[in-house]
Structure formats: C-alpha cells, structure tokens
Write a protein that binds this ligand. Structure first.
Ligand code: S3P
Length: 171
C-alpha cells in the first residue's frame, strides 16, 4: 500500500478524516504537525512565536524527507503549508480536502473547541489575511493533488468512505 498524503487548508478536517479512515482500513496514521511538536517538544504556535515561520518550514522539510524514506502504509495528514515540500509526490498519493474558505471557517466556529482551534493556528489569527492565503494556495493545492475530495456539507464518515473509494485505483 502506498502512503496517502492529505493536504488542504487549515481547519478543513484533515486530522478528523484521517482518524476516521483508519478505523476501516489497514492504514496507520500520522500528522506532520504532531511529528514536529514531538521533535521540538513544543507547540507549533510556540515555534512560530519563538523562531518564526521559516524555521517551521525547515522542520517540515526534514519531516518530508524522513517520510519519503521511512514511512509506508500510512495516511499522513499534513499542515496546511506542507504541500509546498518538493518531494511531496514521492511520499504518496496526494488527496486534497477541498472546501470554500467561508465553509471552512463556519466549520471551525461550529466546533465545541472552536476557540482553541483558532488560537492554535497562528496563520488564522487574522481572517482577512487567512482568506488571502487561501486564495493564493487553492490553485496550488489543486495543481498538485492526485485526488480532490470536496468535503463541503459532508460528515467525516462520508468523507472517509469517499476517500477510500477514490484511492482504490491508485494503490
Ligand atoms: C499551517 C497550518 C497548520 C500548521 C501551521 C501552519 C499553514 O496546520 O502546520 O500553523 O501554513 O497552513 P493545520 O493545517 O493542521 O492547521
């Protein structure tokens, strides 16, 4: 089984979909932000605050190289900017979780932990800037994705089922 790499904007549900998919498949799951947090023993937010974004992107690069060489049979959920890693295609099949910006924000705000979800993401602190970032990134996400999954108005279970169906022809 090839790895599956989940990409998409912050808050689109990459982690939730990954956790649901592994309930009904042979995949294991890991998350690039979690790997970085355990490498650094501090939160992504703290890394951004103390060292800046460039330092964080360099950690993402180290993670990407390690994933390519060392990880198999895994559904890898990624931070929203991880798609820029040059070796992404070598890690696995790329699945974009796609939804309009306003729907993503609506989804985060409807979550019981909404405040925490917004707070932990430094690039979501200014929604106007975040929308601009979304608009810049979306064409790039679409360009690199092997599979696009529209998650708008779908439950996590529906997304997971659709994802498994769509990746079947690639593995
Ligand atoms: C980022 C997304 C975050 C995290 C970091 C930067 C981005 O991950 O990696 O705050 O550049 O979009 P999520 O997509 O899981 O929120």
């Amino acid at each position: 089984m090839k790895n599956i790499v989940l990409i998409g904007f912050m808050g689109v549900g990459k982690g939730s979909v990954a956790r649901e998919v592994i309930k009904n498949s042979e995949y294991m799951t890991m998350d690039t932000d979690d790997l970085i947090e355990s490498m650094e023993n501090r939160r992504v937010k703290k890394i951004f605050e103390s060292e800046g974004e460039e330092y964080f992107r360099n950690l993402e690069k180290n993670v990407a190289l390690w994933l390519q060489d060392s990880v198999k049979n895994t559904l890898i959920s990624t931070g929203g900017g991880f798609y820029k890693q040059k070796n992404l295609k070598k890690i696995g099949i790329i699945v974009l979780l796609d939804s309009p910006f306003d729907e993503i924000i609506k989804r985060i705000k409807a979550h019981p932990n909404a405040e925490k979800k917004l707070k932990k993401r430094p690039l979501l602190s200014d929604l106007k800037a975040a929308k601009k970032l979304y608009e810049e990134r979306r064409p790039e996400y679409l360009k690199i994705a092997d599979i696009v999954l529209d998650v708008t108005d779908k439950s996590v279970q529906e997304c997971a089922k659709e994802l498994l169906k769509k990746v079947k022809k690639y593995v």
